[in-house]
Ligand binder design. Structure first.
Ligand code: SF4
Length: 370
């Protein structure tokens, strides 16, 4: 997907208050942010904002800036920081909305190159998840039919046994039957025609790595139907509605088994997916939004150890095991693209800390001169 706030190459923008702040990661004040008190008075971030499941987009936003994620999930927490009576505009500009729309349109065009979406009437939650499994099955079946490419593939599960359900949609999988290899690809559209900076690439690599982890969990039998049913309150033995049954009947998956329930569909789809290779390689491709010209590509070997560490830290926040943090000092250029920079609590804390650090340093220096 496109990212309107950071695709201009101005990472050297001057950021006033965050300049020279030290080690944001370890700042003890992070445990004392007002936003944390507000959230915890209602529960954990997960209970407040995502009681059923997180999306990969949530986690990617969190990777960009956790404080920004809080404000986008609950703008009221940000708006209460403004002086009484002040009108604060946190709406995306028409230009930003247009950039997002163009990015979505390009993704849809790419999907239409290889498949045409069909409308399915959903009557129940079980129908909804059944359709997601059918879309996954459609992609895998197309590989078994000799295709090398599948797009818009849903993946979900409980990564790294962290007890939090996550859902996302892979942009593209490429299957090489001869090498028995799958490569995952994420497409990013950019307003300008320059390659992205490292902060953007880190975020995109995290995104595609999460998708790969979810897919590999299917392949390697780590997906749990029981946990999914418990997390999402699904009745896996309930019958699908007629509309969904029509699509199941048309799919090859129903040739051997009579499938009428989500539980039976999950078992049948997982059997097919588990014959696929796990994903080891990924790439993120950047194209220019206006011209659709290729800009650059980042190929990489997936590092699931690093992913597990980063993901675990993110989940700690969702489960209220730690407080909210904002951007670290090397990434404070992000604030110049942020809708919430004016009254951002993290920036204020950092500014105060920077002032105190400077004061403390001066005191130590003065004392040593006496
Ligand atoms: Fe995050 Fe900076 Fe925005 Fe605050 S101003 S929410 S720290 S990006």
């Amino acid at each position: 997907m496109n990212d309107f706030w950071n695709d201009d190459d101005q990472e050297l923008a001057n950021i006033d208050v965050l300049e020279n702040c030290v080690d944001c990661e370890n700042i003890s004040a992070a445990q004392r942010l007002e936003c944390d008190s507000i959230i915890r008075s209602k529960g954990t971030p997960q209970i407040c904002f995502r009681p059923e499941y997180l999306t990969v987009s949530d986690l990617v936003k969190q990777q960009w800036c956790e404080q920004q994620l809080v404000y986008s999930l609950d703008p009221g927490i940000y708006l209460m920081r403004a002086p009484p009576g002040m009108i604060v505009d946190i709406e995306e500009t028409p230009e930003q909305k247009l950039v997002k729309k163009k990015g979505s349109d390009i993704h849809f065009e790419r999907e239409l190159e290889i498949q045409v979406p069909v409308q399915v009437n959903i009557e129940t939650k079980e129908d909804d998840w059944g359709v997601k499994f059918l879309n996954l099955q459609f992609a895998v079946q197309s590989f078994y039919n000799g295709n090398r490419l599948a797009r818009e593939i849903p993946v979900f599960g409980v990564p790294f046994d962290k007890d939090v359900f996550v859902y996302g949609i892979i942009d593209e999988l490429q299957y090489n039957l001869n090498e028995y290899r799958v490569i995952i690809t994420e497409l990013k559209t950019r307003r300008n025609s320059f390659p992205p900076k490292q902060g953007q690439i880190r975020k995109d690599k995290y995104q595609v790595s999460l998708y790969a982890q979810l897919f590999n969990d299917f392949v390697e039998g780590r997906f749990s139907k029981e946990l999914m049913a418990a997390k999402l309150q699904l009745k896996v033995n309930a019958q699908f509605s007629k509309s969904v049954m029509k699509h199941i009947t048309q799919s090859r998956i129903n040739s051997a088994n009579k499938i009428h329930t989500l539980g039976a569909l999950i078992d049948a789809v997982l059997t097919q997916v588990q014959a696929m290779p796990r994903i080891h390689f990924a790439k993120v491709e950047y194209i220019h939004q206006e011209t659709k010209q290729f800009i650059s590509v980042v190929d990489f070997c997936l590092d699931f150890q690093s992913l597990a560490e980063q993901y675990s830290r993110h989940i700690e926040w969702w489960l209220a095991k730690r407080g909210t943090t904002g951007v670290e000092v090397e990434d404070c250029w992000k604030c110049s693209y942020c809708l919430f920079s004016e009254f951002c609590e993290w920036r204020k804390v950092m500014a105060e800390r920077t002032t105190k650090e400077a004061y403390r340093t001066k005191c130590v220096t003065d004392a040593s001169l006496k």
